[in-house]
Design a protein around this ligand. Structure first.
Ligand SMILES: NC(=O)C[C@H](N)C(=O)O
Length: 306
């Protein structure tokens, strides 16, 4: 089976020309990291974890370092991961002071009988697993501080495009297994304790070898209400192409709730799609030695992978 990995760096308003290059490089690097693992015989789970961890470490994206701030000015992060081989999944919500929530989600999946740990319990589990804590301020960037300030000034602005960011990946490995991973700082100025779609299997992502894998981004409350990832895969099960399935699922969310967002999709044969209803979504896909990268509609560039 030819391996494939697709990543996204979040749906949102237009990326400024000043940031565009950094954002392109960030998603390209993450996809290349996942692809390297896959071509060396690594699993889809390892590939999505590595790709998402690379994006969590990149301050350009709303996950890990670079996460948006809650109403108190703190970082609280959500993440989830799932294997399409046996539907095993792990997630964390409202976690603080760790660099890579996606790695903690994987530990929840592999070392506990549960699917989701939150807040204090997740912190205690992280400590028991030897996951190092980082000072909260280390995850806060100047950009996220400014965004919170701006958001507080424009408090009545209900523009759903502002809910940008979140990172995610889907992959298919040589053995035919699929997986997804999604990680986020959530939405700026959220209430303390707010949990979005990202740690919820079926909303923030889904993976099942019988169909494929999906990772989502956008307005979390809307995504939760339509279970966006599962909805997109449902359309694939019904025989739609990946492009059609993504368009139908995102269209439903927009017409029912005026919710905007994006989705990356992969099927068990290795076809893939990246689609969004917000102004932009940074994404990258690696397959057959080629790297495809896009940010705004119609600006896809294709290069050879080393
Ligand atoms: N930008 C995002 O994708 C945010 C994420 N879906 C959330 O609502 O938490």
């Amino acid at each position: 089976m030819e391996p494939v990995v697709v990543v996204h760096g979040g749906a949102g308003s237009r990326v400024s020309p000043e940031r565009e290059q950094r954002v392109r490089q960030g998603v390209a690097r993450a996809a290349a990291a996942g692809y390297r693992l896959l071509t060396a015989g690594g699993s889809a789970l390892d590939a999505v974890e590595a790709a998402v961890a690379a994006l969590e470490d990149d301050p350009e994206f709303n996950a890990g370092c670079g996460s948006v701030l809650n109403a108190n000015g703190d970082v609280e992060m959500d993440a989830s991961i799932m294997s399409g081989r046996d539907l095993s999944s792990g997630a964390v919500s409202a976690v603080r002071c760790i660099a890579n929530p996606i790695r903690l989600a994987r530990l929840v999946m592999e070392k506990t009988p549960h699917c989701l740990l939150t807040s204090q319990g997740a912190a205690e589990f992280a400590a028991a697993m030897g996951v190092p804590t980082v000072p909260g301020e280390q995850l806060v960037t100047e950009r996220s501080r400014k965004r919170l300030e701006r958001e507080k000034q424009e408090a009545q602005n209900s523009d759903q495009q502002k809910d940008r960011g979140t990172v995610g990946a889907v992959a298919l490995d040589c053995r035919g297994d699929v997986a997804y991973a999604t990680s986020t700082g959530g939405i700026v100025n959220k209430m303390v304790g707010r949990v979005g779609d990202t740690p919820c299997v079926g909303s923030g992502g889904y993976a099942d070898n019988a169909v494929g894998a999906a990772s989502t981004t956008g307005h979390g409350e809307s995504i939760l209400k339509v279970t966006l990832a599962r909805l997109a895969l449902f359309h694939v099960e019904q025989g739609k192409t990946l492009e059609e399935a993504a368009a139908l699922a995102l269209g439903h969310m927009q017409s029912k709730l005026r919710g905007l967002g994006g989705v990356i999709l992969l099927d068990s044969a290795g076809a893939w799609a990246a689609r969004w209803t917000s102004e932009s979504m940074a994404w990258a896909a690696a397959k057959d030695g080629k790297l495809h990268v896009g940010v705004n509609l119609g600006d896809t560039r294709v290069t050879d992978l080393p």
